[in-house]
Design a protein around this ligand. Structure first.
Ligand SMILES: C[S@@+](CC[C@H](N)C(=O)[O-])C[C@H]1O[C@@H](n2cnc3c(N)ncnc32)[C@H](O)[C@@H]1O
Length: 250
């Protein structure tokens, strides 16, 4: 896209005009109003970057990760309520609505919502009024959230076995599910016996993909650019027999 932040390492949607100044997308530094000047132009990512900088609350990496995940999810899945589990600031939930209006609403759930989640949501709704009233931020454990077969469940960097809990909840509801796992833990996650052949983290994710396929899901795998996050394996799955683009679901 013709906007955004100077960075040279093969980013896709958030790739920038190559500029002299480089912003490391992996940085946990808070995006501040002064950083808005690096987000140049009128394309969506640039405008988003400026709004988030003005909100003065989001770690930089969350902007880049959320954007890259949301774009990849929306290429494959439309419609239905978005449910962002272990959502942190809930940016992925907002971006899924922003990128594609085929979902009527989103529920963003975290057992400890950051204090800045609500101000960030307000800033996004001010910038894009069509988001107003459509994203619910809920402080709750994900185990207590009711899911349905029309839902699009997403979860980025739910630590360790929390990703497995997300997948299990989605399977139980026959909901579509997209996860970007992190913090793989061989003690608490199932490597399926594959860790003699491959990196244990990869074995755990491969076993997750297999589990979904065994439950009748059609599985798609994708990578977020490593320059954005090294925990970059995106696993997308929907009950087999349902269209990849079920836009009528809403
Ligand atoms: C590494 S953060 C990821 C946050 C966000 N998705 C992101 O990508 O920036 C993991 C989040 O999971 C939340 N969490 C941990 N256990 C949870 C549970 N049982 N139910 C809901 N949220 C949980 C934490 O509060 C934390 O915000």
């Amino acid at each position: 896209m013709g906007a955004a932040v100077g960075h040279t390492s093969g980013l896709s949607g958030s790739r920038a005009n190559v500029r002299a100044v480089v912003l490391d997308p992996r940085s946990r530094t808070r995006l501040k109003p002064a950083t808005a000047r690096f987000f140049v132009g009128e394309e969506l990512f640039a405008r988003l970057g400026r709004v988030v900088c003005a909100a003065d609350c989001l770690p930089r990496k969350e902007l880049f990760e959320s954007w890259e995940v949301a774009r990849r999810v929306r290429r494959r899945m439309r419609g239905g309520r978005v449910v962002d589990l272990a959502c942190g600031h809930g940016l992925v939930a907002h971006l899924l609505l922003l990128l594609d209006d085929s979902s009527p609403s989103a529920l963003a759930v975290d057992e400890r919502l950051p204090p800045s989640a609500a101000p960030l949501a307000a800033a996004l709704a001010r910038a894009w009024p069509r988001l107003a009233g459509r994203v619910e931020l809920r402080q709750a454990a994900l185990g207590g959230v009711a899911l349905g077969p029309g839902d699009l469940v997403v979860s980025t960097h739910a630590c360790g076995a929390l990703t497995d809990a997300v997948i299990a909840r989605a399977i139980a509801a026959r909901a579509r599910v997209c996860v970007l796992p992190c913090c793989h833990d061989v003690e608490t996650c199932d490597a399926g016996g594959l860790d003699g052949w491959m990196d244990p983290a990869l074995a755990i994710d491969a076993t997750r993909a297999r589990r979904l396929a065994d439950r009748g899901y059609r599985v798609t795998t994708a990578l977020v650019p490593e320059g954005i996050t090294p925990k970059n394996r995106l696993l997308l799955a929907e009950p087999a027999g349902e269209g990849l683009d079920a836009g009528a679901r809403a």
